[in-house]
Design a protein around this ligand. Structure first.
Ligand code: ADP
Ligand code: NA
Length: 324
């Protein structure tokens, strides 16, 4: 069976962007692939975290994986920090990475912009991400559109290692959904929806109460027109909302445009909110069940054991080739 790896940072509340761009695809892939889904807590500490909060958020993300439909018996769900091979391979790949490559990463530019002091971890984070993926010889990496540049670097590093030390790593392919691969912010459609945005009105958290979701969507920024038309160039805000609608319903973009022709943004937003609520309510119910059941620790322990066993031969091979 082909292998899949993907991770999500426990750096805040997961959003609808994480669900559409990542989680939902994880669920689909587990039926046809051997999957490794990780809460990448080592990535989260590239910006300062409050320890107790990090722990709580990490467990929340793991529970959301399962609530979204990932079967922890079938897939390997684990905390990145529980499998030490990630940090080890991460360091080795860092030594293979060029400064210039990291300087070109748009996520680093975004996250470091305007800051006086920027942690070195934030800069070398893409090398650790490459290790996460290559450790399992992953064939496929389901990530949102925003991660494509990091995936490209991962492929380059795999090729570089293979050229220098002999064939070792599988070169992974990126897997992104067609529509809605990038869900944008509700207050500014030029930025992606992100859990690290300080304005909670800019994102829909997966655990937002239905009424909060309705309020956030009703307040989402639109242009001053009234045409529900998918035109990312000229109507980026409305196009983003149409994309979310398409992702959360069985309707296509042209069908949505036709449904709201001549009706304006009001009815469109109202229905959109109900579509989003219908997707998130059952997920929230399952989340509460999992957190209440006490099974999470057991799943995470099992996931870490299986992931460590899968990573061990690869790490041994890499070390031998590098001369350790
Ligand atoms: P965030 O940027 O919210 O902190 P992560 O960096 O942890 O999220 O990303 C976790 C996964 O969710 C990645 O696969 C990423 O591509 C995806 N993702 C995050 N935000 C979005 C978004 N707005 N639209 C689509 N996918 C997203
Ligand atoms: Na990201």
């Amino acid at each position: 069976m082909k292998r899949v790896f993907s991770g999500i940072q426990p750096s805040g509340q997961l959003t609808l962007g994480n669900y559409i761009g990542a989680l939902r695809n994880f669920v689909k892939l587990q039926h046809t692939h051997e999957c490794f889904f990780s809460v990448v807590d080592l990535h989260a500490i590239t910006v300062q975290q409050e320890p107790a909060l990090l722990k709580e958020q990490s467990e929340a993300v793991a529970a959301l994986f399962i609530a979204a439909g990932i079967d922890p018996q079938k897939s390997n769900v684990f905390m990145q920090s529980h499998v030490t091979a990630h940090a080890e391979l991460g360091w080795m790949l860092t030594t293979l990475t060029y400064m210039g490559e990291l300087e070109r990463m748009t996520q680093f530019k975004d996250k470091s912009a305007g800051k006086d002091s920027v942690g070195a971890g934030l800069f070398v984070y893409p090398s650790l991400m490459a290790a996460d993926i290559l450790l399992y010889n992953s064939d496929l990496v389901p990530v949102g559109d925003d991660q494509k540049q990091h995936l490209e670097l991962t492929r380059d590093l795999a090729g570089r290692f293979n050229a220098r030390y002999g064939d070792t790593f599988t070169i992974p392919e990126v897997y992104t959904p067609q529509v809605g691969a990038r869900v944008m912010s509700l207050d500014d459609a030029s930025k992606k929806m992100s859990k690290s945005n300080p304005n909670p009105g800019s994102y829909i958290a997966l655990l937002d109460e239905p009424d909060v979701i309705r309020k956030k969507i009703s307040r989402a920024v639109t242009d001053s027109g009234r045409e529900v038309k998918f035109d990312p160039q000229n109507k980026p805000e409305v196009s983003n909302l149409i994309g979310i609608y398409a992702q959360c319903s069985d309707k296509t973009i042209p069908e949505i445009e036709a449904m709201y022709e001549g009706l304006g943004y009001g009815p469109f937003k109202k229905d959109l909110a109900e579509q989003v609520v219908a997707v998130l309510e059952p997920l929230q119910q399952r989340y509460r069940d999992i957190r209440g059941s006490g099974d999470l620790q057991k799943f995470l322990k099992q996931g870490a054991e299986r992931a460590a066993a899968a990573a061990a031969p690869q790490l041994r091979d890499v070390k031998e080739k590098m001369g350790f």
